[in-house]
Ligand binder design. Structure first.
Ligand code: ADP
Length: 728
């Protein structure tokens, strides 16, 4: 009974705090509080009170120093135990503390709770003097409790009449929370709507749902084959089977959520909950509460929606599962698709990964039989996939300082003449990616950062896309002071749009990039204008390359097909292939044949050849073979360590120390430390390690053990990135 020495027995609450701490802190549970795991509490931390979540409760003794007591239990709904388990699992996976994923899970609670409304209810007392106006007020109040002004409006009287009735005691003021009833959903099956292939896929998903428990399925079908139709049918099935069931649909980008929200609203007769960073905090809080209390049954959101406090998840859909945007690169580093599978496994529910160009990881899991594999062969109806052809820029280059080659220009002219639409795809924001001084040759970079400034003509500014730094385009070179010496090198979407406008002055052009569409609303307006045929030429980054259906779009021109291959990281080929298939897939839905023209300087490159031959299987096979030979994912595991600090010498010394204490383990190889390609960001120097491990190695555990062996001095930060997507 060592526990009892030195103090009275008490209940100790371990409380997780939403901040980067290695573990939970212990507090004493006040006698009358009767806490449970998952409860949200206020606890003292230094001089402040902080929100936290009870992660464990145990009997114990106070020890030498008495534990501080939990200050209060908060009114907010508790975090479901399964959400808490997921937060802890995610932390272990990322070799990080649980505080950061917890902060994501509690992000919905930043806004204060909705304030109760003051409404008027009838007391039953009859007014001393009954006038028709007073009677109308009392009747209206009996039908529905309304706030004073709305009651006066409903009864068609002045506010004085209402006030008089309150003073006389015939109406009483009551504080009430606005009711948020769960929406009524139309869950009737619509299998008859589906074509044979779609019906077979939906049937298989429904069977997995009926079987219950964890299942993972790859829904693999070309763009337009009806993957969305199929998973919405499965969602309806899951929701109909259990009145408490909830469904989460994840999308890689905010711009894509709008289209899916509209389709969900259309299918189910009520809009889903919407979750992403552009949703205002008060609405996020409402959704958080609706999810925790089971009122929200369908949520459409970006990757962080995975951390919402679902009570009873039945199905998670990861749409466009191959998309690199699922990887969160800052703060808490995680791969949303992988965590979705983990969450489904913890919840014992189904997860569907949908894509026209699945990631090699998911294809491999499907091949190994770990995931189910449902294939949708063709586009729905008579719509055909576009023909993809290469334009060899060595044979037919564009004119100097122009970016559209003669064959692409001819194809654009023919398409426009036929009254059809053109999409020009270039995955580069702004006007020009580099600004150079003709006098001194200097390329302009952001201060304290190894990243070139990108020219944006619409705003007249030079912008660092990495740090967000921006400045007006200067008249003089900041280095040598020469006047009017700055030149813009290379194209971004703004410059290509300028060229398209000058080539086709009659055509209506528009730009679709994260700079021109901020938030859901303007994206939707642009998409709708495109759908209505009001735009002839849309110049777009990847923000528009995915998901949308533009019925009049028959030509996609890829301005620089080689762009993603430069830099050559692990996934360069895979990502380029996926992106260009997606971009090309925008052409020719709705029964009109489409084509895609890819401008390339390297038509013999394996990726270009596979694209032109529409040979996904061949490409995947060749790429898998490369990965297998090098034991790279999915055949092996990778992790990166990024060290950063302001002082190069101290950083170098720490990197060497870190290298010297790396745990010995079989099947693990460590490369580095090396200077990071982006060696300086915001004044901090950066160094990297890359770790490769065999699949059987618990790489997260290894990285956590390594991190525990060092204590970085003051300003040095150690970031661990499991399964890195960025190697910069
Ligand atoms: P994917 O998600 O595979 O890109 P979608 O589900 O978006 O495919 O389908 C592409 C288009 O075809 C959508 O406009 C969709 O409404 C339509 N469509 C697909 N299947 C059917 C179907 N069985 N009946 C009617 N329309 C369909």
């Amino acid at each position: 009974m060592g526990d009892c020495v030195g103090g009275q027995r008490l209940r100790i609450a371990s409380v997780l705090l939403p901040m980067p701490l290695p573990e939970a802190f212990d507090y004493a549970e006040p006698e009358d509080m009767a806490l449970s795991v998952g409860d949200q509490v206020a606890v003292p931390l230094g001089p402040r009170l902080m929100r936290g979540v009870v992660s464990a409760l145990r009997e114990g003794a106070g020890g030498n120093r008495p534990l501080k007591p939990v200050h209060a239990r908060l009114d907010d709904p508790p975090l479901p135990v399964s959400t808490l388990a997921f937060v802890e699992w995610a932390a272990r996976y990322a070799a990080d503390g649980p505080g950061q994923p917890l902060a994501i899970a509690l992000r919905g609670l930043r806004a204060p709770p909705p304030r109760p409304e003051r409404v008027l209810v009838v007391t039953g007392k009859a007014p001393a003097r009954a006038t028709p106006a007073r009677t109308r007020v009392l009747e209206a109040a009996a039908r529905e409790a309304l706030a004073g002004p709305r009651l006066a409006e409903a009864a068609g009287v002045s506010s004085g009449v209402v006030k008089g009735l309150v003073e006389e005691g015939c109406l009483r003021i009551e504080e009430r929370l606005a009711e948020r009833p769960a929406p009524v959903l139309d869950l009737a099956p619509r299998m008859e709507r589906l074509n044979a292939g779609q019906a077979a896929a939906a049937g298989a998903l429904n069977a997995s749902l009926d079987a219950g428990g964890f299942s993972a399925t790859l829904l693999d079908g070309v763009t337009g084959s009806g993957k969305t139709e199929v998973y919405l049918e499965a969602a309806a099935h899951a929701l109909a089977a259990d009145p408490e069931a909830q469904v989460l649909i994840l999308l890689p980008e905010i711009a894509l959520t709008q289209a899916v929200i509209a389709r969900v609203a259309d299918r189910f007769g009520a809009p889903p909950g919407e979750w992403h960073s552009a949703v205002p905090p008060p609405r996020r809080r409402m959704l958080w509460e609706d999810v925790a209390e089971g009122r929200a049954r369908i949520v459409v959101g970006a990757r962080s929606a995975l951390f919402l406090p679902f009570r009873k998840l039945a199905l998670i859909v990861v749409d466009e599962e191959h998309d690199a945007s699922y990887k969160q690169e800052e703060g808490f580093i995680y791969q949303g698709r992988d965590l979705a599978v983990a969450r489904a496994s913890l919840e014992g529910c189904a997860v569907v990964l949908a894509s026209a160009t699945p990631s090699l990881e998911s294809l491999w899991n499907a091949e190994q039989g770990r995931y189910g594999w449902l294939k949708l062969g063709a586009r729905h109806g008579t719509a055909r996939l576009p023909d993809i052809a290469l334009i060899d820029l060595r044979q037919t280059p564009p004119e100097k300082n122009h970016w559209l080659s003669p064959p692409l220009r001819e194809a654009m002219a023919a398409t426009l003449a036929a009254g059809e639409q053109v999409l020009l795809f270039l995955n580069r924001r702004g006007y020009a990616p580099v600004v150079l001084c003709r006098a001194c040759g200097e390329r302009l970079t952001a201060p304290d950062t190894d990243s070139w400034l990108v020219e944006h003509r619409y705003t007249g500014r030079l912008v660092c896309h990495l740090t967000g730094f921006s400045m007006p385009r200067p008249e003089r070179c900041p280095h040598c002071g020469a006047k009017d010496s700055l030149v813009s090198i290379g194209p971004g979407v703004e410059r290509v749009e300028e060229e398209a406008r000058s080539l086709f002055p009659e055509a209506t052009t528009a730009i679709f990039s994260s700079d021109t569409i901020s938030g859901g609303q303007s994206a939707r307006e642009l998409v709708e204008a495109m759908e209505r045929g009001e735009i002839d030429i849309l110049v777009a980054t990847q923000a528009a390359a995915k998901g949308h259906n533009f019925p009049g779009l028959t030509l996609v021109g890829v301005v620089d097909a080689d762009l993603g291959l430069r830099g050559g990281d692990l996934r360069a080929g895979e990502r380029t292939f996926q992106l260009l298939i997606q971009a090309s897939g925008r052409a020719g839905r709705a029964d009109r044949p489409g084509r895609a023209l890819l401008q390339t300087w390297a038509p013999e490159h394996a990726v270009m050849r596979a694209l032109a031959a529409a040979d996904r299987d061949g490409f995947v096979e060749a790429e898998m073979e490369l990965r297998r030979a090098a034991s790279l994912p999915p055949y092996g595991r990778l992790a990166a360590v990024v060290l950063s600090g302001p002082d190069p010498g101290a950083l170098e010394a720490f990197a060497r120390q870190m290298a010297s204490v790396a745990p010995n383990a079989e099947g693990v190889e460590i490369y580095g430390p090396a200077d990071a390609p982006l060696g300086l960001i915001r004044g901090r120097r950066r160094k990297r390690f890359l770790v490769r491990a065999d699949r059987r190695v618990d790489l997260s555990g290894y990285m956590a053990a390594w991190r525990a062996r060092v204590k970085p001095p003051g300003p040095i930060r150690v970031g661990i990135d499991i399964d890195p997507y960025s190697f910069l």
